[in-house]
Ligand binder design. Structure first.
Ligand code: SF4
Ligand code: SF4
Length: 473
């Protein structure tokens, strides 16, 4: 009975539909530390970018910040130039130039931004360096994670997460330093003199950095980064990619160092998988270009080491292009690249021109839209205007208000206005045409003039219309 029953069950089991999970199980990647020319260059770039990030909030000139987004006063400062909200279009323009530059770099050099300058990659490398310093290289980290929880493991994990927390906190403080003066922020942190929103603003970037760059790392590139997904459509056959030299490498196989690969029928790849071990995203580039490849060039350095040890010459993995891989000529100057570069130059030119001809004060005149004029009992006619003065400089400024008109108008409003640095003032004023003149006058233009009392050469004008009742216009 047992035999026949068990036979029937095997058949049923064999016929049962197999369930295939559509979700790949997450596996932790333990990249091997690699040295080499590309990695040295990458680490130099990393240090430069870190120095820029950490020092930027501290850069001041005559008390003015070099970079600041001052949300409280609704202004931003870039290279010691203060911009008021009405100039935020310039910031948008600058972001557009940055985005276009990124696209151009992608067309020319593939994912070089991802591997060399993306904040996620940079911070992941920083967290990874600390991890390696505390827990050891790949094999030691794997052993530690798979081993039992003992005192050594607990101490190492506490040390690592404490160091990560300190890095995350330093990022957070610097980040908040782009929004408020860091020289005032740090003493307040040290004395716990912080408001509720400041605590949240400090905690959030720290938590995000710890989670995204420390814990999740390559998962962010795989599943969260939209740029990773759409940038492949920007590639052309000449874009720089990391690729494996199949012609030289295959057929792959292990062999003794002294063996002659040709007599064994083998290519140069010794199948040591070092290029896979060093890869921060855990892929095998020998399978071809994959969207997970962030272009960090770690596999190039790894293979260079192996090839030199074997005496086989250059690395099998290299910066290449589809055309180069197929033995065709590489074109550095391509129509799309020239188009993007020209557009960037034009946009930079417009930005530079706007900046060079930027008036340090913004001046607008708005009429009362709900009531163009008001007639008084004595026949006089009154128009109400709002003068909007935006001080685009880094210091408080005082301005004199004047006007010209063919009509004998009387001005009812302040003669001078003081506007704080980067601030905007709205001044309601009245223009009155006396009754004896109103009867025979026609609607006419009024020219308002604003002169800076601190800089005599700064003078702006705005023209508007003085409205009269129908029949007199
Ligand atoms: S490091 Fe070079 S030799 Fe080793 S498996 Fe990778 S491609 Fe082959
Ligand atoms: S395949 Fe090479 S270049 Fe791409 S992510 Fe891995 S190590 Fe970096």
């Amino acid at each position: 009975m047992g035999a026949s029953e068990s036979g029937a069950m095997s058949e049923a089991e064999a016929g049962a539909p197999e369930t295939i999970s559509l979700y790949e199980k997450w596996r932790k990647i333990y990249p091997l530390w690699v040295s080499g020319g590309w990695q040295r260059s990458r680490r130099i770039v990393l240090v430069i970018l870190l120095v820029v990030f950490y020092s930027a909030p501290w850069l001041t000139w005559n008390g003015e910040p070099g970079f600041r987004i001052d949300l409280a006063h609704r202004r931003f400062t870039l290279f010691w130039t203060t911009f008021v909200p009405e100039e935020f279009v310039l910031l948008a323009w600058l972001l557009l130039i940055a985005a276009l530059t990124l696209f151009t770099v992608t067309v020319a050099a593939g994912r070089v931004f991802c591997g060399w300058a993306c904040p996620q990659t940079i911070w992941s490398l920083v967290y990874f360096s600390v991890e390696r310093w505390i827990e050891g290289d790949r094999a030691a980290r794997m052993r530690l994670d798979r081993g039992p929880w003992n005192r050594r493991k607990v101490v190492k994990k506490i040390l690592k997460y404490s160091a990560w927390a300190m890095i995350a906190f330093s990022i957070s403080v610097t980040f908040v330093g782009f929004f408020e003066p860091i020289r005032e922020l740090i003493p307040r942190i040290l004395t716990f003199d912080l408001g509720k929103w400041e605590i949240i603003a400090l905690f959030l970037p720290a938590a995000l950095s710890f989670l995204l760059s420390g814990v999740l790392r390559e998962q962010v590139c795989f599943h969260m980064c939209p740029y990773a997904r759409f940038q492949s459509v920007m590639f052309d056959r000449d874009s720089l990619i990391i690729s494996y030299d199949v012609d030289r490498g295959e057929p792959r196989g292990s062999r003794k160092r002294s063996a002659d690969p040709a007599s064994l029928g083998l290519g140069a790849c010794v199948d040591c998988r070092k290029c896979v071990s060093v890869c921060p995203t855990g892929i095998d580039i020998r399978d071809g270009l994959q969207y997970q490849c962030i272009g960090c060039a770690a596999c190039i350095d790894a293979c260079t080491e192996v090839m030199h040890t074997m005496g086989y010459g250059e690395s099998l993995i290299r910066y290449s292009s589809e055309n180069r891989d197929e033995g065709q000529q590489r074109h550095w100057l391509r129509p799309r690249l020239i188009g993007y570069a020209s557009l960037i130059l034009v946009m930079l030119g417009v930005f530079g021109y706007t900046l060079a001809h930027r008036v340090p004060v913004g001046f607008d005149v708005f009429g009362d839209r709900s009531r163009l004029f008001r007639e008084d009992w004595d026949g006089s006619v009154e128009n109400v205007f709002t003068l909007r003065v935006a001080n685009r400089e880094g210091e408080d400024r005082e301005y004199r208000i004047g006007f010209e008109s063919p009509l004998p108008l009387r001005y009812d409003g302040p003669e001078k206005v003081r506007v704080p640095a980067g601030g905007v003032e709205s001044i309601p004023i009245r223009m009155i045409l006396p009754g004896d003149a109103a009867g025979r006058a026609e609607s006419a233009e009024v020219l308002f003039r604003l002169e800076s009392l601190d800089s005599p050469d700064v003078e702006v004008e705005k023209t508007t219309r003085f409205h009269l009742p129908p029949g007199r216009e």
